[in-house]
Design a protein around this ligand. Structure first.
Ligand code: VG1
Ligand code: CO
Length: 542
């Protein structure tokens, strides 16, 4: 039943920040999926008879891609595949299943926060045995293999019924189709106090959770409205749709604007939250107060000991370089390690495995812990709920209290999307060339204390990763960071990260964009943004 099919390489199958992401139309080309999946397996050793976890975020092409992945895995000798019913697994749930079942790895089919549908994006990501995204050595080996592939193996077999729970066989490979929520929920019950959160809802606490018609809907319904007793209607847009209802499943202030407006209105519930396409991002907004993801990371780290999963305290915190330094202040106060990594969750895996850190986060609405090896949107919301239940204070009270102890890091990210790639690369190159000479220079009231192109030395496996973003640090704690996105599928996206530290509690209630005005102007000037990109303003501000 196994057949070998000849193929020729496709250019550009290099995994980015988080797997291979392209337009659906690109994935629809003959053998495109097969080439990449076979290249993954060709780059690995020792998986004969082992288990592979397979699932996706339910977007357009998910079901078809899963059928193909199953057949290629069977032909390559995997012994068992664990598949979420309907082809559905949130990214953190997939990570958990890999760990729980001692699987060799997993294939996550998702383009995460990117739009879906036939005109939208698709993605394939390989995760290793610790449950986390493959480290760079593996993704580079996969990419190399895509350039020389001449054939792939698959089995001739009928499609698997993805909607029927239970066991089946494809070729010689056993398949378990499982409920995607059960194991994840059991894990959450060990980390936060369900009883305490249930009594919070019982006492009249109200929230809205926007699943953005993406993968988290079934998880949020079962856990929030089911196990935790939140009133019916708490979870909205709970049915995963192949095109996310035409929305962009990115839980930020632009794409979750309705939720933001509700949180700022007189009808605001106590907590508004959302997650992204594949369920690994989270948005947290209190009544009248948006919590930046960087602040959310810091608050979670500072309060984690109140929840059962982290009652013994946390070992350390890791954040991606562009993420604000709010978490650094917490680590300093707690006397624990703080690790600064390049963008993308794959850099946290080693630190978590080595026990150096417990909590990780990124400014892009990603927070997570050592319970899995991915960021976890619903987990972050549950931890917030448990902190709120333990402290019996509002989100705003907790955040303001946090600022009064640690100072406030005013923070914003400006994205210039779909700009010409040549212009974007020229901008970064020019910054790279000048960055060394910036130290000591003054711009208005700002003096450059340090400026470089961020490089990371992994303290565990000693690998080096260079060119991870230009950072300009000013005396007093302000900072500008510039980097190009590695998840987009159309042209280039320039991300500019702007941060100002404010220790004075009397100045903690100002408007973020106002506080950052001079830094924003400087970001445009120092990088020559309009000159290189033709844009005078960003397309997305978060
Ligand atoms: C973006 C974010 C990054 C995140 C990545 C994957 O990457 O900035 O922090 O890890 O998306 O998130 P980039 O290279 O476009 O800046 V997800 O939820 O799309 O898997
Ligand atoms: Co995501």
């Amino acid at each position: 039943m196994i057949k070998t099919v000849s193929t020729t390489p496709y250019q550009g199958q290099r995994p980015g920040t988080s797997g291979l992401r392209k337009k659906v139309a690109v994935f629809l080309q003959p053998h495109y999926v097969e080439n990449f999946v076979q290249s993954i397996f060709d780059s690995l050793q020792g998986f004969a008879g082992q288990t592979l976890v397979i699932g996706g975020d339910g977007r357009h092409f998910n079901r078809e891609a899963i059928q193909r992945v199953i057949k290629i895995a069977a032909a390559n000798g995997f012994g068992r595949a664990i598949v979420g019913r309907g082809g559905i697994l949130s990214t953190p749930a997939a990570s958990h299943l890999i760990r729980k079942n001692g699987a060799f790895g997993g294939i996550v089919l998702s383009a995460s926060h990117n739009p879906g549908g036939p005109q939208g994006d698709f993605g394939i990501k390989y995760n290793v045995a610790n449950g986390g995204p493959a480290p760079e050595a593996i993704t580079e080996a996969i990419f190399k293999r895509t350039n020389s592939i001449t054939s792939y193996r698959t089995v001739e077999a009928p499609d698997l019924d993805l909607d029927r729970l239970g066991t089946a066989k494809v070729g010689d490979m056993a398949i378990s189709v499982i409920d995607p929520v059960t194991d994840y929920q059991a894990l959450m019950e060990t980390l936060v106090d369900f009883e305490r959160i249930r009594s919070l809802f019982g006492a009249g606490f109200r929230m809205r959770f926007d699943a953005m018609s993406a993968v988290t809907g079934p998880y949020a319904l079962k856990i929030l409205e089911g196990a935790l007793g939140a009133p019916g209607g708490t979870v909205v847009n709970a049915t995963p749709k192949e095109d996310f209802g035409g929305r962009h499943p990115d839980p930020n202030l632009v794409h979750a604007k309705q939720l933001f407006d509700l949180a700022m209105s007189a009808q605001a519930p106590d907590l508004c939250a959302a997650s992204d396409g594949d369920g690994d991002r989270n948005l947290v907004i209190g009544r009248g107060l948006f919590v930046t993801p960087s602040d959310s990371l810091a608050v979670i780290a500072a309060n984690a000991h109140l929840t059962p999963g982290y009652a013994k305290g946390i070992a350390g915190i890791a954040r991606s370089m562009p993420t604000s330094r709010a978490a650094d202040r917490v680590a300093e106060r707690l006397g624990i390690g703080l690790y600064e990594t390049p963008t993308g969750w794959k850099f946290f895996g080693n630190l978590l495995d080595a026990g150096l850190v417990t909590i990780c986060g990124e400014e892009s609405a990603g927070t997570g812990s050592n319970h899995v090896r991915e960021k976890d949107g619903l987990w972050a919301v549950l931890v917030w709920l448990d902190i709120l239940a333990a402290r019996r204070q509002s989100v705003a009270e907790i955040v303001r209290d946090h600022w009064s102890i640690h100072g406030r890091h005013y923070y914003s990210r400006h994205d210039y999307e779909e700009i010409d790639a040549d212009g974007a690369n020229a901008l970064v190159k020019a910054l790279r060339d000048t960055v060394a000479s910036l130290k000591g220079r003054r711009f208005g009231g700002l003096e450059v204390a340090q400026a470089d192109d961020f490089a990371y030395h992994d303290p565990v496996d000693h690998s080096d990763t260079t060119h991870q973003g230009i950072r300009i640090l000013f005396a007093g704690g302000s900072r500008l960071v510039f980097r190009l996105s590695g998840t987009g599928t159309a042209d280039a996206t320039l991300r500019v990260y702007i941060e100002r530290f404010e220790p004075d509690p009397a100045r903690h209630d100002l408007s973020t964009q106002d506080v950052l005005t001079d830094l924003i102007a400087l970001s445009r000037e120092v990088a020559g943004i309009s000159r290189y990109t033709g844009r005078t303003a960003p397309s997305v501000i978060t």
